[in-house]
Write a protein that binds this ligand. Sequence first.
Ligand code: AVI
Length: 321
Amino acid sequence: LERPEAGLRRAKPAVIDEVFASDVLAGLSKPQKELPCRWFYDTRGSELFEAITGLPEYYPTKTEAKILTACALELSGLAGPRVAMIEYGAGAAVKTRLLLDALEAPLYYAPVDISAAFLRGVAENLAREYPAIAMRPIIGNFLSDLEIPTELQTAQRRLGFFPGSTIGNLSDDEITAFFRRARRQLGEDGMLVIGADLRKSPDILIPAYDDSAGVTAAFNKNLLARINRELGGDFDLERFSHKAVWNDADSRIEMHLVSDIAQSITLLGKSFDFAGGESIHTENSRKFSVPGLQSLAEDCGWRPVRVWEDPQKLFSVQMFG
Ligand code: AVI
């Protein structure tokens, strides 16, 4: 007779993403265990993030959309007619439409994403709605060098769009590399519009990253579920807790997964020990001051052009040229 627990033993998945595997093995081997936040976004993680954006406590998405609605015409005037819009980390459909609607006769829309299938969907949907704009999806990681199609240079200007404060999830080095590459890709007369979350009281920040419905907790823990699914790990999700902390010195919200007890987990033939209370650091979400982001951009050859904020100064949309 088979032992009942035999059915619970996880089979090693047939296909393994080697980059994911090496990131996880390296991250769990560090003294402060960590996992890169870009692995949050599998299908389930993307659904959970979508749900987060609609939570009452999660102000960034709604606030940014309000700012963009209010500033779109002014922004369009500054960008000028017949632009090629390049969206870094595409998929912010509502915000994309706000800009495409406001811009004067844009020629191209070039969403950048690592998923070819996702890009196909985005481009097909938008092509139906905006038949006059040529869709030029770019498959690639916007943190590495991208080939921007030369045909986009026939536009009057290239306008980069990096919404959602995704910039806040990058390290300092990645932010600098992003600004430098964007300068090269968009050209000397190019412009860049960035959605950046602002510093504020932890009384607003903590609930935004630890909501009462537990959606952010599920989003964070899905990373462990993904490791179990894709790398054959044996994390017990019941024995890890979601934690959001405000790190004032580094001006960022940190998300952690805290081991409730002393335990060991195994994956890919390796074992990792956790002390009770020990955490895995899973995300930084940096909160900027306006001059802080401007000086990072200026160090990389960008000039601040205009800043739009909501009346409570929760969030900013910043334009650079
Ligand atoms: C995608 N990114 C800007 C989100 C943020 O707010 O840093 C990811 C997120 N993490 C927890 N909630 C949302």
